[in-house]
Write a protein that binds this ligand. Structure first.
Ligand SMILES: O=C1CCCN[C@@H]1CCCn1cnc2cc(F)c(Cl)cc2c1=O
Ligand SMILES: [Mg+2]
Length: 485
């Protein structure tokens, strides 16, 4: 039958892979770590893309497209930040039967692809700011356990790459983009995130600083890096000689940013909202927000009921609500209810003989299963209200659950206890990299080590004399710690 064989609270990993497959988002592929994104997933990606693309266009950021392939000389250009990643670079070594002269890498990210051309295109201050974005795929041949959406060897993302005359402009854009990432999570996916700064150890080594929106999966007690917005400083400008003649006629290096979010966003949403009946889609990103199901009864006016369903869909669509009817005659209404619940459609509308006779519909919410009789005369207004309520209550429920997983800790004992309870820990830290590495070492285990997730911009009060939870040295900042994906 349609029912899932795993429970979210009992076998999270199996529950997740069953839900993404049975909910028709993912099809497994014969190459490990690669997944087929079916329309039910792609439509969510497109809703976010439509929002984000419009927003960056308002910021005068232009889309472009650079080649997938990177020559090995160019890729190795940035030695120190590459060496850590070398094992995950995928290489093309042959065409047909013949070996290539030089192996060609498939882009794992596009700094080294783009920046030689930034150097060529940027001459004077009038060429700045240069602000480009590309929507593309990247390949990273990771070996840690692949998970649909969350960790795959190929994924879709957007990568923004910008260059400015001043640091101030770069700093401002880093946060403008981070706010868009927060909106994607909190306003579209209904997932609460924490805005903060990555530690020196966790940041992008090639950059100056990394800002992030951190999500959290209560079931596994793991943090998830939701999206990142880096200020690269002048590091890449130095390496790729990206400089310009400033207004005083002096030669100056540009200040750069790079920022990305990926299809991982979809996996986080599924993990946070899904339940034992399947996917639960926030209305903002659901390609079908309302599914209308006829409930004919043997001698009742079946045609009338079907026509009422068609009219309901038409009325909703005309008001901008994404509605469909399920007229399939080879499935019972009950079977259809289960199937559309499995696919996470936020609202179901049933029209049976009684509803039809009373010129009303029966609406059922996917998130809390409550039933509501709606007069046809109020249809659009009531349905729109219910969709807004579902969006809001999904966020509120997720925020409540996430907040319940946050534990403050002042000592190692409190930290270790909270970690064992799968919490995300907010602790005062001395901000020393050696101490951070020590926390990783001390928490190594089969569940994976704890790491710093971010130092939240919204810092609680740090009273004078507060000591670091791990080193006992004077604490400098509150920082979130936890296991992560
Ligand atoms: O996160 C972003 C936003 C969008 C543009 N890129 C940055 C940094 C990416 C770091 N990073 C991440 N993963 C990598 C994997 C690799 F195989 C190689 Cl060669 C390099 C990297 C690498 O530089
Ligand atoms: Mg990686």
């Amino acid at each position: 039958g349609l029912g899932l064989s795993y429970k979210k609270d009992e076998n999270f990993g199996e529950w997740y892979s069953e839900v993404v497959v049975n909910g028709e988002m993912i099809e497994y592929y014969d190459i490990s770590g690669c997944y087929i994104l079916r329309p039910w997933a792609m439509s969510i990606w497109e809703v976010m893309q439509t929002f984000f693309d419009a927003e960056i266009k308002k910021m005068k950021i232009k889309n472009c497209y650079f080649p997938l392939f990177v020559s090995s000389g160019v890729l190795q250009k940035e030695k120190d930040h590459i060496e850590g990643f070398a094992p995950e670079v995928a290489w093309v070594t042959k065409s047909g039967e013949s070996e290539l002269e030089m192996p060609i890498a498939i882009r794992p990210t596009s700094e080294t692809v783009m920046y030689p051309y930034f150097s060529k295109w940027i001459r004077g201050h009038r060429d700045l700011p240069l602000r480009l974005n590309q929507w593309c795929n990247v390949v990273r041949w990771e070996f840690s356990n692949p998970t649909p959406f969350i960790r795959s060897r190929e994924f879709l993302w957007q990568e923004g790459h910008t260059a400015f005359a001043t640091k101030e402009e770069a700093d401002t854009e880093v946060l403008d983009i981070l706010e868009l990432y927060r909106r994607i999570y909190e306003e579209f996916l209904a997932v609460p995130v924490i805005k903060g700064k990555k530690s020196e150890h966790e940041k992008f080594a090639g950059g100056l600083y990394t800002t992030t929106v951190e999500a959290f999966v209560p079931n596994t007690g793991r943090g998830v890096q939701g999206a990142t917005s880096h200020c690269l400083g002048q590091n890449f400008a130095k390496m790729f000689e990206i400089n310009f003649e400033n207004e005083k006629g002096e030669k100056a290096m540009v200040w750069q940013n790079s920022w990305a979010y990926t299809t991982r966003t979809i996996g986080v949403m599924i993990m946070v909202h899904g339940d034992d009946k399947g996917l639960v889609l926030p209305p903002k990103v659901a390609s079908v927000q309302v599914i209308v199901i006829p409930v004919p009864y043997k001698d009742a006016d079946t045609k009338g009921i079907f026509d009422a369903c068609a009219a309901t869909v038409k009325t909703l669509n005309e008001s901008g609500i994404r509605a469909e009817a399920d007229f399939r005659d080879n499935y019972s209404p009950g079977w259809k209810y289960s199937q559309w619940e499995l696919k996470g459609v936020p609202l179901r509308i049933e029209i049976g003989p009684k509803d039809f006779a009373n010129n009303q519909v029966r609406a059922v919410r996917r998130d809390n299963s409550t039933k509501h009789d709606i007069p046809m005369t109020d249809l659009v207004e009531r349905v729109q209200d219910m969709l807004n309520q579902i969006q809001e209550s999904l966020f509120d429920a997720a925020k409540q659950k996430r907040d319940a997983c946050i534990q403050r800790a002042h000592t190692w004992e409190e930290f270790a206890e909270a970690l064992s309870q799968k919490k995300m820990i907010l602790a005062p830290w001395c901000d020393e990299e050696e101490v951070e590495k020590d926390v990783k070492t001390r928490t190594k285990g089969d569940m994976g080590a704890a790491k710093s997730l971010c130092s939240p911009f919204d810092q609680p009060e740090l009273p004078e004399g507060t000591l670091c939870f791990a080193s006992g040295k004077p604490a400098k900042k509150w920082t979130y710690w936890g296991r992560s994906y």
